[in-house]
Ligand binder design. Structure first.
Ligand SMILES: [Zn+2]
Length: 205
C-alpha cells in the first residue's frame, strides 16, 4: 500500500499493488493517480541503447552538405559549434554545444547507467544521484529545437546553394522520436522503489 494525493483534487488515497499495465483512478474526480508500466525497465533500456547509437551517428556524420559554384562543404554538429566559436560567436556556440551535444549525451549516459545498475538488485546507492543527474539534464536537451533550427537554415540556404541533408540530420530526427519514447516508457518511481529497498536492507543489516 502506498498513500498518494490526487494531483487534481488532493484527495488522499491508498493505492494497492497494481498489476503490470494497470492504472488507478481517483474515486472523486477520475484523474489517473498511479500507473504501472507493463515493462518499466527493459523497454526504456532498449530505447536508451538505441538512442546512444543514434546519438553517436548524429555527432559523427555530416548534418548537411552544401554545394555552390563548384565547391562542396559539409559539417557535423560539434564542428558547427566549433566554427561558431572560432568566428566570434562564443555564447551561441556554448549554448548550441550544451543543448545539442552535452545535455542529450549526459541524459543518455546517466539513464543508461541507472537502467543497467538497477537490473540486478540490490540497486547501488549512487543510482539515486545518477537519476537526479538525468533529471537535471532532461530539460536542457533540445534536439527538437535544434532540428527545427537546422530545417529553417536549410530552406534559407537552399536559395543560395545546393543543399543535401546528411545522415546526421536524419539521426537528429530519430533522436527526437527516441527521446520522446524514452520519457513516455520510463517510470522513475520504479527505480526509486528499488533504491529504497537497497537502503532498507543496508540499514537492517
Ligand atoms: Zn481526484
Amino acid at each position: 500500500m502506498e498513500t498518494v494525493a490526487c494531483p487534481d483534487c488532493d484527495l488522499l488515497q491508498n493505492i494497492p499493488e497494481l498489476a503490470p499495465g494497470g492504472k488507478a483512478r481517483c474515486p472523486r474526480c477520475g484523474h489517473t493517480v498511479a500507473t504501472r508500466p507493463r515493462d518499466p525497465l527493459d523497454r526504456p533500456l532498449a530505447l536508451t541503447v538505441a538512442a546512444a547509437i543514434v546519438f553517436i551517428i548524429a555527432n559523427t556524420t555530416p548534418l548537411m552538405g552544401l554545394s555552390a559554384v563548384g565547391r562542396h562543404a559539409s559539417t557535423t554538429l560539434g564542428n558547427g559549434a566549433y566554427e561558431m566559436w572560432v568566428q566570434g560567436q562564443e555564447v551561441t556556440a556554448a549554448v548550441v554545444a550544451f543543448c545539442a551535444v552535452i545535455a542529450p549525451g549526459g541524459y543518455i549516459l546517466f539513464l543508461l547507467t541507472v537502467l543497467l545498475a538497477v537490473r540486478r538488485p540490490p540497486a547501488p546507492r549512487w543510482v539515486g544521484a545518477m537519476l537526479r543527474g538525468a533529471h537535471s539534464m532532461q530539460p536542457w536537451s533540445m534536439n527538437e529545437v535544434m532540428l527545427l533550427g537546422i530545417l529553417v537554415a536549410l530552406i534559407k540556404i537552399a536559395e543560395l546553394a545546393t543543399v543535401e541533408p546528411g545522415i546526421g540530420m536524419y539521426a537528429v530526427g530519430g533522436l527526437v522520436v527516441l527521446f520522446a519514447a524514452m520519457m513516455v516508457t520510463f517510470d522513475p518511481r520504479e527505480v526509486w522503489k528499488r533504491v529504497e529497498w537497497a537502503h532498507r536492507e543496508a540499514a537492517g543489516r
